[in-house]
Ligand binder design. Structure first.
Ligand code: UDP
Length: 253
């Protein structure tokens, strides 16, 4: 069998050339990193869960008309996606203070924000993904003012929709990161949600207990990351096989 062409090998995912032009295969690894890969571990099965959760969130977003790169799941760890030109920005939306916002501004973790806040980080591992302003983005040509307006509109829709979806299963969407890509349709360019949406890229807190159900479990050594992600999948009805009760032994007559 011919070897697939590797397009990009990232920290948690690998991209291969897809079967048709304009497509890629996105493979979800079990590798888990934090602090710009200073901390690394293999969490067995994480890639399988994230493949399914990202499929779930992206499909749900398409259902309300938010365009995404997701085409279809191929197998346990792979999905077929549209190839996009990634805008080199991480778009972060925050509903409650946490993480770097808490550290930067001295806000207590979990404190309310006056309104959802959108931030942009320049994707550059060597620089540690620095926070940038719209001025930087337009001046350095990473995106146009029109792109920025469209990115903000997309991020707000994703936030409102995912917040509601997760609230329905008792989970608070504290913050999340998305990446956005360009696709060309003839002379027209459109922005679509790309990369992944999973507990690797969100902060998810149980509404009742405050239990963290996201990558902070790994960042802060709070327990088993696989258990936390499985709980998110279980509540959303994704991977019901994980949640299925053990088959009871059949009674003999
Ligand atoms: N995030 C991410 N990838 C990154 C940086 C952040 O997915 O490279 C997500 C992170 O999981 C959280 C949100 O973006 O849901 C905001 O992260 P924050 O800026 O608070 O960063 P951190 O606390 O991880 O330094």
């Amino acid at each position: 069998m011919a070897r697939r062409k590797l397009v990009y090998d990232g920290k948690a995912k690998t991209l291969y050339e897809g079967p048709e032009p304009g497509t890629l295969v996105q493979y979800f690894k079990d590798d888990t990193t934090a602090n710009n890969a200073q901390k690394h571990a293999i969490v067995e099965g994480k890639g399988v869960i994230n493949n399914r959760l990202s499929e779930f969130f992206m499909t749900a977003l398409s259902g309300i008309g938010v365009p995404t790169h997701f085409i279809r799941r191929l197998n346990m760890r792979e999905q077929l996606i549209r190839s996009v030109e990634i805008i080199p920005l991480e778009v972060v939306v925050r509903n409650l203070a946490a993480g770097s916002l808490s550290r930067r501004l001295g806000l207590e973790e979990g404190s309310a924000l006056p309104r959802p806040i959108i931030e942009f980080y320049f994707k550059d591992d060597k620089l540690g993904d620095p926070l940038v302003t719209e001025e930087h983005i337009v001046a350095f040509g990473w995106a146009s003012q029109q792109d920025l307006d469209d990115m903000v509109a997309l991020a707000v829709r994703v936030n409102d929709f995912l917040s509601g979806l997760l609230l329905g299963v008792g989970i608070r969407l504290v913050d999340f990161k998305i990446e956005i890509g360009r696709i060309w349709e003839g002379d027209f360019m459109r922005l679509i949600v790309a990369d992944e949406i999973s507990p690797d890229s969100c902060r998810l807190w149980d509404i009742e207990t405050g239990r963290k159900l996201d990558k902070d479990v790994f960042r802060l050594d709070l327990g088993d990351l696989g258990d936390a992600y499985t709980e998110v999948a279980r509540r959303l009805g994704v991977m019901p096989e994980v949640a299925a009760p053990r088959t009871r032994p059949r009674l003999m007559n």
